[in-house]
Design a protein around this ligand. Structure first.
Ligand code: ADP
Ligand code: MG
Ligand code: ZN
Length: 498
């Protein structure tokens, strides 16, 4: 990390995250109930996930596989054997009165993730990532739906037992915007791995810890270098109920200001758990922060130790965005910006590689990174909205590549109409009469443009290179825009110099 300078008297913001990620499995982590959350409330429940006496959990292999993939992606140590623990607390969404989680032997230990923040690469340490079960969900009804104002609360146990990975970062962030960049990166990686569905409501939930530390604690002048003792001694708040990147940035910006104001007025910051109230844009005090001893962790005797020993080596992960980005630069000669755009999701990257293998990689990059993503973005669409139409886009690139239509028409007329009217490219070319004018016709237009514009010809001959652009324009007009401007330019030069 590069040094960031700190001014005398500055207060430094320190943030660490606990990110809960729902793993995308068909069934729950300890029973065979469906994880489909669009079903009727309390439809997907059984004695195990309702915590009925005598019901025994059985670990879902797919959840462990997802955890191992995440571990590999963040370069974590994955011990051969790990264990599950009970974390005891009472809450209406937790029917067993304990949550099965991992305590001192989590499945992923000491990983890291590289993030680019405002063009600078930063490495965020991941202290641990462990498997656990999601609690049920509560719906506060009446009184504005607030947690502290509702008339009553409904509970839905469909979510109870959905597999979660809790990913805990070191307190490595120094601003809310860094957190946002990290979350975007993390989500990108999780989607690449295919273990996570970002579209699913509540699939990523964040607890964010924030404290304010005096710059005196920074030894080397590098703001990221704060001693463990100072970190432990700082009173921090843990903000819960954050469910989006933007929400995290907003909640933390609020909390940063609140704590700094308190300190500047000479008041102490309480160590506490706070709730992010999205609609009001504020954090509110919930309770004093629990300590570890409050949870009375003990080993889950109903589950044997989990041995992933040799099996973990058989689990492979796809090439990750950063590696793929680098390969795209090397293999296809793309610049970093294009390579970044083209690896933004796995689907975009796969599609690019398909097109680049058939046509020129630069042409493919222009079409996918600029034209296609640009037009999709403008319409608030994503690559996923093109599902089933990739062949049509490929055909469009083929039409351009083979010189059947001009690049300008292909982009501005055909592509736009494909997206807006859902028509196929050949149909649009036919309907709009975009097929390129034949060569004789272009040649005739070139000769005519030269005959009709002696002034421009004089200018060109006396060294005014710009005059040719005027003539190109004239030819384009005569051919109804269907000629290729590059070809016209060459034909004009040949004619004028010949
Ligand atoms: P707890 O057991 O109270 O949850 P942990 O040591 O497990 O505490 O840390 C939880 C989270 O708090 C981690 O994400 C960590 O990065 C963060 N954290 C630790 N110290 C600080 C601090 N001084 N300021 C902000 N976040 C911190
Ligand atoms: Mg914690
Ligand atoms: Zn169940």
């Amino acid at each position: 990390m590069t040094a960031q300078t700190v001014q005398q008297g500055d207060l430094v913001t320190v943030i660490g995250l606990e990110v809960h990620v729902q793993l995308e499995t068909d069934t729950k982590i300890f029973c065979g109930c469906s994880t489909d959350q669009t079903d009727e409330p309390n439809e997907n429940v059984c004695p195990v996930c309702l915590g009925l006496p005598g019901a025994l959990p059985v670990l879902n292999e797919a959840a462990v596989e997802g955890a191992v993939k995440i571990g590999k992606a963040i370069d974590a140590d994955i011990p051969e054997e790990t264990r599950f623990h009970r974390k005891n607390y009472y809450y209406p969404d937790l029917p067993k009165n304990f949550q099965i989680t991992q305590y001192d032997e989590p499945i992923c230990q000491e990983g890291e993730l590289e993030v680019s923040v405002e063009g600078e690469r930063r490495t965020v340490s991941i202290e641990r990532a462990h498997l656990e079960e999601d609690p049920g969900s509560l719906q506060h009804v009446g009184g504005g739906g607030g947690i502290d104002s509702a008339e009553y609360t409904l509970v839905d146990y469909n979510r109870a037992g959905t597999p979660l990975m809790e990913i805990v970062t070191a307190p490595d962030f120094r601003s809310p915007s860094e957190v946002r960049a990290f979350l975007a990166k993390l989500e990108e990686v999780l989607e690449y791995l295919g273990v996570f569905d970002a579209e699913r409501d509540g699939s990523l939930r964040i607890d964010a810890n924030l404290s304010i530390i005096s710059e005196d604690e920074i030894e080397s002048g590098d703001v990221t270098d704060i001693g463990a003792e100072a970190l432990a001694a700082a009173n921090r708040t843990e903000v819960k109920n954050i469910s989006s990147h933007k929400g995290a940035e907003k909640a933390l910006a609020y909390e940063e200001t609140r704590q700094k104001n308190a300190i500047q007025r000479g008041r102490a910051v309480e160590q506490e758990t706070r709730h992010w109230d999205e609609s009001r844009g504020i954090t509110v005090s919930m309770r004093s922060k629990e300590e570890e001893k409050d949870y009375r962790y003990f080993e889950e005797a109903d589950l044997p130790p989990l041995r992933v020993a040799g099996w973990k080596d058989e689990i492979s992960i796809p090439e990750l965005p950063s590696a793929r980005r680098e390969r795209f630069q090397e293999e296809y000669g793309l610049n970093e910006e294009a390579a970044s755009k083209l690896t933004s999701t796995k689907q975009v990257a796969d599609f690019y590689e398909d097109i680049a293998s058939e046509f020129d990689p630069d042409l493919a990059a222009t079409w996918v990174a600029d034209n296609l993503l640009g037009e999709l973005n403008y319409r608030d669409m994503a690559i996923t909205d093109l599902e089933g139409r990739f062949e049509e886009v490929t055909r469009l690139v083929e039409l351009v590549s083979e010189g059947e239509i001009t690049a300008k028409n292909a982009h501005e007329t055909v592509l736009r109409s494909m997206l807006d009217d859902e028509k196929a490219p050949d149909e649009i070319v036919e309907d709009e009469g975009l097929g390129k004018t034949d060569e004789d016709e272009v040649q005739q237009a070139v000769v005519a443009a030269i005959d009709e514009n002696p002034d421009a010809v004089d200018d060109y001959e006396s060294g005014d290179d710009g005059a040719i652009n005027f003539l190109v324009g004239q030819v384009m007009q005569k051919t109804g825009g269907s000629a290729d401007p590059g070809d016209v330019n060459q034909l004009l030069q040949a004619e004028l110099e010949g």
